[in-house]
Design a protein around this ligand. Sequence first.
Ligand SMILES: [Zn+2]
Length: 420
Amino acid sequence: MTLALLFLSPAALVAPAPDLAMDKVAEAYVHLVLAVGRHDASFVDAYYGPEAWKAKAALGMPVPRLDLEQQTKALLAKLKALPASPRREFLIKQLVAVDCFLRRLGGETMTLAQEAKQLYDIDIPSVTLKELESARQKLETLIPGESSLETRVQSLRARFLVPADKLPILAEAALKELRLRTARILTLPEGERFRLAFVTQKPWGGYNWYEGNLSSLIEVNTDLPIALDRVTGLLAHEGYPGHHVYNALLEHHLVKAKGWQEFSVYPLHSPQSLIAEGTANAALGMVMTEPEHRTFMLKTLAPLAGLDTQELDRYLDLQKLLGTLGRAGDLAIRMQLEEKRPDAEVIAFLQRFSLVTPERARKTLEFNRVNRAYVFTYSVGQQLVEAYAGTGPDRVQRFVDLLNRPVTPSDLITSEKKSK
Ligand SMILES: [Zn+2]
């Protein structure tokens, strides 16, 4: 009888089709990430899936952390049993990060290198004092003078700081131009839109809050003055073709068109952030060449801000060198969090090599304390994305391709090795 029944219902014995099985795991992953968010509000950076799922996660007491760890491991095991696909590889790396985040929440101590590997799927970069000293030496030549290098750098930079009351009009002009240029390299989903707001008292310079339905809130922090060239850099990063566009394309192509629910949630401390920050940092260079950016500042932004542009070229050379010196941040975070050096010492180090003001250095320390290894997603992400895009005629297309599909940092590293 039992045997006969088995033969009569073959459907019961057949495993669900791979996509259905993937969809089930993806849905469980979304519930899991929302449940982890109950333990740390910063973990869920964006969610625009079904309202009922969010409501369910918010009900009652948070699921105990150890239960969530078990769920994560069980989901990973299920995933690994499914046929390989880019979608599966993406989710595996995301779940490794969820597992690491939960263990860290439980008090497990780990080095920044371990965090970077498990949370963001990357190795941390190495930078030596010698490299930094040599970049600082180049600055001495670029801006000669009697006073200290710090003073000379600050006085040149001060000439290109945008007056706070002019910032909204500059931001609007920059976003308009960037959106226009983005529409030339990719198809923006119909109805995509953003709101722009100016805020204070934040550890970051700008933030894109993706709200779903192709809409973002872009916040610009005005605690510290913003330099002329940073206006375009920041809004390309947060808006076009950076975070806002990345999120809108994922929602449009993967969640809405394919029903891939895993992209309706964005856990901040995960490999997805490496792709997000890497593409956002590379964004400006994909829609504006350096000479085009210079012209835009000269002809449009500087007149709006009422800034004198006589020394613009020297200033832009300075900013380039300061970009190299910005790598001092990768050493500073280790001094701060692993070697536990006093804040004053780390601030002095950042002032010497990043040539930043003490206020800016203090913001960096504040950001590091909250976000730890996240800081590496910017520098490593940009380097990986730019190396992946390459310098060929398909450079921009390769960049756009990263905004439309599941991709892991490891994918970028592998393809970088292949192309060498
Ligand atoms: Zn960002």
